[in-house]
Design a protein around this ligand. Structure first.
Ligand code: DGY
Length: 469
């Protein structure tokens, strides 16, 4: 597919098409939206946050309900799970791992999932507070937003408190992750060495059958080796009854993720905005933010390379993999202006890494640097472009005044979203895209692609604007 410039005249058409996707993907009779029909038949945590941001522009009440439906699955310890299983999708033949695989009933009753909902046993990047503040910011009905914020604020606070206490025993300001799925970027090159180091006890690995490659080609998904480790980790949680003290000591996968923690920092900024609007104290959140800012500067920034490194707590060393995660701190205003310049000029706009070379044009932003040893433009988070990471980095660039680069990301994102297909709806909102040729991957009618198309066209970034036709 070649790049095309989507003109402002087309925004309304694009947005109307995206609305139809969000209408179709709403779970029947419920307030929640599934990420895509078939492949993802339940409610996912950070998907719902992005979906709510799109909905905020077209149906504020549904945006609020989306987040509140997710928060119904919150655990007693504050964790908001990465999946709330759809109670109507009971045959469990379309998604693996099925609900029973998690054994969450083994978690201590007071700290575990609510009895009313079946959930996974891990979390996902904390975008919820950002989405809640976004609804209040762009929505027209201030009374509705205010009462929504009042209801969800204690739950969001409990979620962040969980992340910065149970998941941060040394109070570094960095939450640890116990599964690659918690990072949202499941098979990111960043996790390869940590996964390779896991010795899978084959006697403990249950028999299982992957279902994710029924609808999507295996070459676009994580490998079977990855899945063995993903599944094995569930057995570790059950063995330790989801006790985070024990998991900190024994979980073979234990990392501090730059993307997750940058989003947490940004989400704490949103939480302060909400607390202030509600007249609630903010001191606890400010202390978290100081700690996180310090940890990013001291522990995660690599001065020699001029980018951020994740940290493998189990191996006790930084993870040197250049991926899109390094740009997420921009969104949380964590880098100094000088560090931001090194991220942008040394990495983002460097044609050897993320940006197109004038002679070999391609789309931005690949999710891994083109010179990464694990670079694969076809496989999930190893290179393909995702709409949510483009949106987040775009917002980060705007915070630092990189308008030209933000505009390029905006143009490319719309170009990918409007990839034409022969029949039916004009635009299909695919899940991810090959940066080199724009080939579409994963599942079509992907909810967050549609939702962010709405958000993007409602608030285009400044900079060079395409001419109306
Ligand atoms: C999947 O099933 O692919 C999800 O990314 C895990 O949450």
């Amino acid at each position: 597919m070649t790049r095309r410039t989507v003109t402002p005249d087309e925004y309304e058409l694009l947005s109307a098409s995206a609305r139809r996707v969000l209408a179709t993907n709403q779970i029947d009779g419920r307030s929640s939206t599934l990420p895509a029909p078939g492949q993802y038949p339940h409610q996912w945590n950070w998907d719902s946050a992005f979906i709510a941001m799109g909905l905020a522009h077209i149906d504020e009440a549904r945006a609020c309900a989306e987040l509140e439906a997710l928060l119904e699955g919150q655990w007693g310890n504050g964790m908001v799970p990465h999946i709330i299983y759809n109670p109507d999708e009971v045959n469990d033949r379309s998604y693996f791992p099925q609900r029973w695989r998690w054994g969450t009933e083994l978690a201590e009753a007071a700290a575990g999932p609510p009895t009313s909902h079946v959930t996974s046993g891990i979390t996902q990047p904390p975008v919820l507070a950002i989405a809640a503040a976004y609804i209040a910011e762009v929505g027209a009905d201030q009374a509705l937003a205010q009462s929504f914020l009042r209801r969800v604020y204690p739950k969001l606070l409990a979620f962040h408190r969980y992340l910065l206490t149970e998941r941060d025993p040394h109070r570094e300001g960095l939450a640890f992750l116990i599964h690659p799925w918690e990072s949202g970027l499941d098979n990111s090159p960043r996790w390869q060495s940590s996964l390779d180091a896991i010795v899978v006890n084959r006697g403990k690995l249950p028999e299982y059958q992957r279902l994710d490659t029924k609808l999507v080609m295996a070459t676009q998904r994580p490998t079977n080796d990855d899945y063995d480790r993903y599944v094995y980790l569930l057995e570790v949680y059950k063995e330790h009854r989801y006790n985070h003290r024990l998991l900190f000591a024994h979980c073979p996968f234990l990392v501090q993720d730059v993307l997750f923690n940058a989003l947490l920092h940004r989400a704490n900024e949103a939480l302060i905005t909400i607390a202030t609007a509600l007249g609630e104290p903010t001191q606890e959140i400010e202390v978290w933010r100081e700690r996180t800012a310090d940890a990013f500067a001291r522990k995660l920034w690599d001065e020699a390379e001029g980018r951020y490194f994740d940290f493998d707590l189990r191996a006790g060393r930084p993870i040197d993999q250049n991926t899109i995660a390094t740009f997420l701190p921009l969104y949380a205003e964590l880098p100094t202006a000088e560090q931001a310049e090194r991220l942008v000029r040394g990495n983002l706009t460097n044609p050897a890494k993320y940006w197109p070379h004038p002679d070999t044009p391609h789309f931005v932003i690949p999710t891994a640097s083109k010179d990464n040893a694990y670079w694969d433009p076809n496989r999930y988070w190893r290179g393909p472009i995702w709409i949510n990471t483009n949106w987040l980095v775009l917002q980060g660039l705007l915070r630092y005044g990189y308008h030209e680069e933000a505009r390029r990301i905006f143009d490319d994102t719309l170009s990918l979203l409007t990839c034409p297909l022969p029949e039916g709806e004009p635009w299909w909102f695919w899940e991810y895209f090959n940066p080199l040729n724009g080939n579409v991957y994963g599942i079509d009618r992907f909810s967050w692609s549609a939702a962010l198309a709405i958000a993007l066209t409602a608030q285009p970034p400044p900079g060079r604007r395409p001419q109306s036709a």
